[in-house]
Design a protein around this ligand. Structure first.
Ligand code: SF4
Length: 406
């Protein structure tokens, strides 16, 4: 991966859990509550759920006075920094600052009066609260859109205009986003933006829609930029429970090696004619069980013992099915053979022990004879199903026979 682009840092000053964005700080994950912020208890509950799913920062809308009051009640109890999302009404930005939020998000497309923008920046500066300039392709300043159209240049020009207003009051505690729902447009806008500012960048594909398409769009845009070294904090925008956004953000960073793994990385074979179990069912069952545990290892679920342990030998732990039994293996070496119905339970049990005791200890504790039993199952399956378990060759012969006759 390309080295991360150097950005300056901003700090969201939560009293016990401050989050630094930019520079060499880890890329952070954000999500947004969907509750009415005025209902501060429900919102706080969702903030906790998002934090548990991997969100480092949570944004709440501040769309009315009652929402600002809700923020005043929930911010002191939040486990993570809270960002107030402001649209149109600069007075609500001031109210959110009064409520003690750790960051503001302003949309330059809809708070347009320079004196209002400067007043908010001045008050944020006095309190040490950073602001995200959240440019959105769907709500550009009309004169910028008239000049550039909906283009990367327009998104960047909009961010630059807002930066200039902030500069007038000596405020540079900013991060910037230039989101669009069109992935190539969003990617190009961030590339151009990263050339003209060293402010930390908040990445996102806006209005990406429900999963799986929304997840794909978010991953395509955010992942592309992160691999180019661009981006300091990320948010998936999904039409779904925001817990899914937080989870996806965290998982993307883990997959790219940008954050330490917290949970299991489950890999599974795609299944084929050799499969001895319902691979999808077992993989889903295992995934649900692992979701409740923080075990930072890679675990493989493989449909058969013929190829499974070999193909998944780089996994920390795996299980392969064969002749109504599950073969548990650590780094490709079989350590236990269990009845088929106990496969998932055995996998969880071994994963917990592996994390607690380490590979050497678990290999030393393996069942004597497990490897021989597993090899016997493997050979029996090979003898039973042969090399052509998917019957491809038989089908090919049939096709040839038919075409010969025509
Ligand atoms: S050969 Fe076995 S491990 Fe490989 S895809 Fe088929 S069932 Fe899965």
């Amino acid at each position: 991966m390309t080295e991360r682009r150097k950005t300056r840092q901003v700090v969201l000053r939560h009293p016990t859990n401050p989050v630094t964005v930019g520079g060499d700080a880890p890329v952070s994950v954000q999500s947004m509550t969907t509750t009415k912020t005025a209902d501060h208890e429900a919102t706080l509950q969702q903030v906790y759920a998002l934090a548990a799913a991997g969100a480092d920062i949570v944004r709440c809308t501040c769309n009315e006075e009652a929402a600002a009051e809700g923020l005043a009640r929930l911010v002191p109890r939040s486990p993570v920094p809270i960002v107030a999302d402001i649209h149109f009404q600069y007075r609500l930005a001031l109210a959110a600052l009064d409520a003690g939020v750790h960051c503001l998000r302003l949309n330059p497309g809809n708070i347009r009066k320079p004196e209002h923008i400067k007043q908010v920046a001045q008050e944020a500066k006095d309190r040490g609260v950073p602001i995200r300039i959240g440019v959105n392709a769907g709500s550009l300043d009309p004169d910028i859109e008239a000049k550039y159209g909906i283009t990367p240049e327009a998104l960047v020009a909009s961010a630059e205009r807002e930066l200039a207003y902030f500069a007038e009051v000596g405020f540079d505690d900013v991060k910037i986003s230039v989101k669009a729902s069109n992935v190539p447009l969003m990617v190009e806008a961030y590339r151009q933006l990263s050339e003209v500012t060293d402010a930390p960048l908040h990445l996102g594909v806006t209005e990406a829609g429900p999963p799986p398409a929304g997840l794909l769009k978010g991953t395509a845009g955010i992942g592309t930029l992160l691999l180019e070294g661009i981006g300091d904090t990320i948010r998936y925008s999904l039409t779904a429970d925001p817990v899914e956004e937080a989870r996806a953000g965290r998982q993307l960073l883990e997959v790219l090696g940008l954050r330490e793994r917290k949970g299991v990385d489950l890999i599974a074979c795609p299944s084929c004619g050799r499969a001895e179990i319902d691979v999808i069912g077992v993989a889903n069952e295992a995934m649900a069980a692992f979701a409740e545990r923080e075990l930072p290892i890679q675990v493989a679920v493989m449909g058969c013992v013929v190829n499974g342990p070999g193909e998944a030998r780089s996994a920390d732990l795996g299980i392969a099915a064969g002749r109504h039994r599950g073969h548990l293996f650590i780094q490709g070496q079989v350590v236990r053979v269990v009845p088929e119905g106990e496969m998932v339970a055995a996998l969880i049990d071994e994963a917990e022990k592996l994390v607690a005791e380490g590979v050497e200890a678990r290999l030393a504790a393996r069942d004597v004879g497990a490897a021989a039993e597993a090899e016997a199952d493997r050979q029996a399956l090979l003898a039973e199903k042969g090399e052509d378990a998917n019957a491809s060759e038989a089908k090919v012969s049939l096709i040839r026979k038919r075409t010969e006759g025509t």
